[in-house]
Structure formats: structure tokens, C-alpha cells
Ligand binder design. Structure first.
Ligand code: NAP
Length: 246
């Protein structure tokens, strides 16, 4: 068990990649904080799944874009578990809207949740991670932040490029006590993509060498690797997981 009795906070873990990550950590013996913004039943369900595995878990509602709510989430985590060993900044949103139809409000919301949210969670978690052996932070970015080709997701792509930059920056500030890495997934089969047109999904699948989309569990395995002692000399890196997208 690679994370026996470690305390893990995964933002946006009621569904998708966050959920798979929370469960994967619990399977390795960790106790987990499941964060959600509005979907309480889904958060509670993940907690129940984790408890069935014999680990402890609590669900905490908090909007990662809201500083007061982030502070409350971190305080509740520390009150319940006594500290934080691993923070996974996973919560994210996208508005697929043609670039010049995008509103300032949409831009601001995307940047606030995807980028500033990662900063806020890090800012308030770090004081509770500093003295813990093997502490690390993992930020979920996106291949969209590397090759930004879609005008519908300009704000999202910008936020994810920012997440990779933030990762590098934090890896320097927080060394040597806390490692900070990022994962850039390509197309992963989750609800965030549920409204994409079928013909677009097909044309995108044709660009993937493995000819399929990834599963959330496949991202989770890489999250666990980068947060484990097996990755003890890796910090400031971004790992692309996209099945070979051209
Ligand atoms: N799926 C992909 O193809 C893909 C590719 C590259 C990167 N990513 C990134 O991977 C991460 C997870 O995506 P996903 O595909 O798993 O998405 P998803 O299935 O839509 O799940 C999003 C999760 O984030 C939570 N969330 C949304 N806004 C939040 C906020 N303001 N505060 C706290 N939690 C919030 C949701 O909570 P509720 O259930 O309460 O709404 C949910 O748990 C995101 O950062 C996304 O950008 C995804």
C-alpha cells in the first residue's frame, strides 16, 4: 500500500478523473477528502465507495474559485484528519463557445476555477503540508494548454497553459519539501465532454494513435505515480497522457 494512512485532498472528486483518483488513492490505503461544488449526492457516493474499501473519507462542498470556501475546506480537512500529504488540483470547467461570442464573465469564471482555484487551494494547503514527509501537489492541466487549436476553448486552453506555468513556478518555491507536478490529459471519457457532437468525437478519435479515448482510471494511475515516492526526483514536470494524439 503506497499511501497507507496518508491524507489526500482531491478537488472536484465527485465525478470523472477526480473521482477515479480519489478511489485509486483509497485503494492504496489513503484517507481522502472528496470535494464537490454542487453535486452532493455524487460526493457522498464516492465517500461511501471509499469507506467500503476500509479507508476514511469525508465530502466537503466548496467552490475552489471562492477564497473563503477554500479556506473553510482546508480548515475542515485539517480538523478532521490533522494535516494534508497530497493535494490534487483537479476541479475544472469548460464553456465551448465560439471565441468572439465568449463573455468576460465566462473568461473570468474559467480562469477563476481552473487556474486561480489551483493557486488558492495550494496557498491554504501548503502550511499544513510543509512538515510532512513526501508531500506533493499534482495539478491537472490539459493538452489544450500545450497545443491550443480550438477557438471554442480559448479561455480554457489559456487557463490550462497557466496551470503548467504555475506548476513550474511552485515547484521552485516549494522545493525541497513539496514536489509539484502536472498531468496534461488528452481526450478522457467523462461528463465534461458530454455535449460534444458525435462527428467531432469521431474525427478526434481518428487523431489518437491508440484509436480510443482514455478512461479516468488511466489518468488516476499516473496521478498516483507522480505523488508517490517512486517519483521522488520528479518535480516541475508535466506528463502528457493522450494515447498518442497527432
Ligand atoms: N475529460 C477530459 O477530456 C479532460 C482532458 C484534459 C483535462 N481535463 C481536466 O481534468 C479535470 C477533471 O475533469 P473531468 O473530465 O473529470 O470533469 P467532470 O467529469 O466534469 O468533473 C468535474 C469535477 O469538478 C467539480 N467542479 C467543477 N467546478 C468546481 C468548482 N468551482 N469547485 C469545486 N469543484 C468543482 C465537479 O463537481 P460537481 O460534481 O459538484 O459539479 C466535478 O467533481 C478538469 O480540470 C479538466 O479540465 C479533462
Amino acid at each position: 500500500m503506497k499511501f497507507k494512512d496518508k491524507i489526500i485532498l482531491v478537488t472536484g472528486s465527485s465525478r470523472g478523473i477526480g473521482r477515479a483518483t480519489a478511489i485509486a488513492f483509497a485503494q492504496e490505503g489513503a484517507n481522502v477528502v472528496v470535494n464537490y461544488v454542487k453535486n452532493k449526492p455524487a460526493g457522498d457516493k464516492v465517500v461511501a465507495e471509499i469507506k467500503k474499501l476500509g479507508a476514511d473519507a469525508i465530502a466537503i462542498q466548496a467552490d475552489v474559485a471562492n477564497e473563503n470556501e477554500v479556506q473553510r475546506m482546508i480548515n475542515e480537512t485539517v480538523k478532521h484528519f490533522g494535516g494534508i500529504d497530497v493535494l490534487v488540483n483537479n476541479a475544472g470547467i469548460v464553456f465551448d463557445v465560439p471565441i468572439f461570442e465568449k463573455t468576460v464573465e465566462q473568461w473570468e469564471r474559467t480562469l477563476k476555477v481552473n487556474l486561480i482555484g489551483a493557486f488558492l487551494c495550494t496557498k491554504y494547503a501548503v502550511p499544513h503540508m510543509k512538515n510532512r514527509k513526501g508531500a506533493s501537489i499534482l495539478n491537472i492541466s490539459s493538452t489544450n494548454g500545450i497545443d491550443s487549436l480550438s477557438p471554442e476553448s480559448a479561455d480554457y486552453d489559456t487557463s490550462k497553459a497557466g496551470v503548467m506555468s504555475l506548476t513550474k513556478n511552485l515547484s521552485q518555491s516549494l522545493a525541497p519539501n513539496i514536489r509539484v507536478n502536472s498531468i496534461a490529459p488528452g481526450w478522457i471519457d467523462t461528463e465534461i465532454n458530454k455535449d460534444l457532437p458525435k462527428d467531432f468525437i469521431k474525427s478526434e478519435t481518428d487523431k489518437i494513435a491508440l484509436r480510443r479515448w482514455g478512461q479516468p482510471e488511466e489518468v488516476a494511475k499516473a496521478v498516483l505515480f507522480l505523488c508517490s515516492e517512486d517519483a521522488s526526483f520528479i518535480t516541475g514536470s508535466t506528463l502528457v497522457i493522450d494515447g498518442g494524439y497527432e
